[in-house]
Design a protein around this ligand. Sequence first.
Ligand SMILES: Cc1cc2nc3c(=O)[nH]c(=O)nc-3n(C[C@H](O)[C@H](O)[C@H](O)COP(=O)(O)OP(=O)(O)OC[C@H]3O[C@@H](n4cnc5c(N)ncnc54)[C@H](O)[C@@H]3O)c2cc1C
Length: 347
Amino acid sequence: MTLTPESRPSRTGAGPIIVVGAGIVGASVAYHAARAGAPVTLIEARRPGGGVTADSFAWIAASRLDSGPAAVLRTTATDEYRRLEAELPGLPVTWSGSLSWRIGESAPELGPGRQLVDADTAARIEPALRQPPEWAVWAPDEGAVDAVGIVDRLITGARDHGARVLRDTPATAVRRDASGRVVGVETAAEFLPAATVVLAAGVSTAALAATAGVTVPVEPSPATLFRFRAPAGLVRTVINTSDFDLRQVAADQLIAAADSPEPTLAAIRSTFRAADSVELLSARVGDRPMPADGEPIIGPAPDAPGLYLTVLHAAVTLAPAVGRLAARELVDGTAEPSLDGCRLDRF
Ligand SMILES: Cc1cc2nc3c(=O)[nH]c(=O)nc-3n(C[C@H](O)[C@H](O)[C@H](O)COP(=O)(O)OP(=O)(O)OC[C@H]3O[C@@H](n4cnc5c(N)ncnc54)[C@H](O)[C@@H]3O)c2cc1C
């Protein structure tokens, strides 16, 4: 999509930017826009990182072999996290690599950054495997994050660049003036004026956009995160199989993104040696913001000048790239070619 003068996001000089929603997406947009010199206010209904970001498995799944706009962004995901690590020391990223396999299937086509490994190599990478798979896909450059820790670090970084952060401040509506231009955000307590409003409110984005007369086709897509007590060092990497996504998050804890608890527990015990003591600690369902076609919705709302949308799936993987690219569009008024496939007007 070409950004016309009407749909182009406001430049910094034209006034303040309000980012609504302090999940990993909104925190990244706020950090990158503030770092680029924009006056930014980030408003959050509850506490930063308290939305679905808190329930994420949080794998930087960069090398999945998909096509489409999100796949283009995925290829940059690990580089974008490494850039962010350099900018924000102490960012909670673990570069463990990921190991994927499917029993009974033939090995897939390999994308960049992936290697096909045999059973011996898989056993060296994950020594506790009872029966290493005949083949596995090893992505040594991948990793995972503490997603709430990333939000906290982005917000500290945004504040260091002058951003204001308001928690416990739900936006109730986006206000437009008589000409149709977005002029700010209503909250329960006050009206907050802005030249540009960025909606990064996850599953609430559609309802907020509707207050400005804009339809955003995004629905909640539930997924469950399980937490298990487990022996230290049972799992070394991010493991992806048809049973679960699994990784160790503490000496005595694993997390898994999976369908249901009992089969997942059984699969963990049958996949790893010394896993009989593994036990379920908790299960939490998170509503992932899922655009109707699964691809990100990023960019200005064509019929509401001053409104900018950032709603997407696999946002832990994509947040550093999306924040950087969106901030460049917001601050410079330029159109980023890598976001061309992400515009709202494709629907
Ligand atoms: C089980 C599970 C596993 C997952 N695994 C992965 C994975 O491995 N890799 C990956 O990349 N992704 C994964 N995801 C998806 C990922 O977690 C989400 O894509 C991402 O967290 C979405 O971030 P967000 O900032 O858009 O949404 P959120 O984190 O929900 O942030 C939106 C924020 O907006 C706030 N808000 C809402 N309404 C308002 C309002 N009116 N005013 C002010 N604030 C408001 C909310 O309180 C919230 O804090 C997983 C998700 C689940 C549930």
